[in-house]
Design a protein around this ligand. Structure first.
Ligand code: FES
Length: 82
């Protein structure tokens, strides 16, 4: 299966998160993956805003193709086979 572009990487960004408001990069152009750095303005896309209410480990989608954006749902496995 071919992957829709753009994407940041073919695996999730697994990060320990503190409570807060986060802007997940949907365009794949950010240099601060998996979060927005404003690069979407060049490509006409917008970030997804997610509020994390408690400290926890989060798997942020890196392939930008998850059906449960901004979180990884395993869709990246279609591209990597892993
Ligand atoms: S990294 Fe996108 S679905 Fe897992």
């Amino acid at each position: 299966m071919s992957q829709k572009f753009p994407y940041a990487q073919n695996s999730p960004f697994v990060l320990e998160m503190k409570p807060g408001r986060y802007a997940w990069c949907s365009c794949g152009e950010s240099k601060k993956q998996p979060f927005c750095d404003g690069s979407h303005e060049k490509v006409g896309m917008r970030p997804i805003i997610e509020v994390i209410t408690e400290a926890k480990t989060v798997a942020w989608c890196g392939c930008k193709s998850s059906e449960k954006k901004p979180f990884c749902d395993g869709t990246h496995k279609k591209f990597t086979g892993n």
